[in-house]
Design a protein around this ligand. Structure first.
Ligand code: PLP
Length: 244
């Protein structure tokens, strides 16, 4: 699967496009930061490489990116051997089933999608060493869409408190995937709400729980997310092009 895909990407002169796409995204991040009176260094660009084969991921790395995100454990496991020499930070941004906690913990440095105590307990239990602390974010379902993953907003604080008792996990903030709305301005209230929730939880001072990270904003709405306080933006299409 990977071979033919890689050939296709090469033929399109991907490396050049990638460097250009990344530069453009960085410029837009800087501009959004200027509007919000923030520093570009305070916003981590995570390249979402789902469906992207190893070769373009390597090219994005060579163009300077160090953070990559995947949404499926199995796909990440298949690609990672070809990229094991990169000093990259890998983020799991998609829904995680508790029965994949072990490979997820082995493959990823950050998990953005913790949405239940059961999942968190599994992640804690499979830690190779009790001294390891895995940074996690709590995924919040602000759209209250029944089909979507994420914890309801009135339960987030309770979940954060429960997780503060798990010694190998470290809650660092919140993540949201808002409903897709054509106009990014319509998404702004969701981003603002996530920041308010983080402030509310931070004020509770649960031991070992920090609310410094807000993982929000994708290709079509990351500028609004940055204006509302995003510290991690998850960008796929604007870097790698449309997914086939
Ligand atoms: C695919 C995905 C992204 C990136 O989406 P783009 O619109 O391609 O930038 C971000 N976050 C999550 C959770 C995703 O699954």
């Amino acid at each position: 699967m990977v071979e033919w895909l890689t050939a296709g990407w090469r033929a399109k002169g991907m490396a050049h496009d990638l460097a250009e796409n990344i530069a453009k995204v960085r410029e837009r991040i800087s501009a959004a930061c200027r509007r919000a009176g923030r520093q570009p260094e305070d916003v981590k660009l995570i390249a979402i490489s789902k469906t992207v084969p190893p070769e373009p991921i390597r090219q994005a790395y060579e163009a300077g990116l160090r953070d990559f995100g995947e949404n499926r454990v199995q796909e990440a496991a298949a690609k990672r051997p070809a990229l094991s020499d990169l000093t990259a930070t890998w983020h799991l941004v998609g829904h995680l089933q508790s029965n994949k906690a072990k490979p997820a913990r082995d493959l990823f440095h950050w998990i953005h999608s913790v949405d239940s105590l059961h999942l968190a307990e599994r992640l804690d239990k499979v830690a190779a060493c009790r001294g390891d602390r895995l940074p996690v974010l709590l995924e919040v379902n602000l759209g209250e869409e029944a089909a979507k993953s994420g914890v309801a907003q009135d339960e987030v604080s309770h979940l954060a408190e429960a997780l503060s008792r798990l010694e190998t996990l470290e809650v660092r903030g919140l993540m949201v995937i808002p409903p897709f709305l054509e106009n990014p301005e319509q998404v702004r209230p969701y981003f603002r709400r996530l920041r308010e929730l983080a402030d509310e939880i931070a004020a509770r001072n649960f031991p070992g729980v920090s609310m410094q990270e807000l993982s929000m904003g994708m290709s079509h709405d990351f500028e609004v997310a940055i204006e509302e306080g995003a510290t991690m933006v998850r960008i796929g299409t604007a870097i790698f092009g449309p997914r086939g």
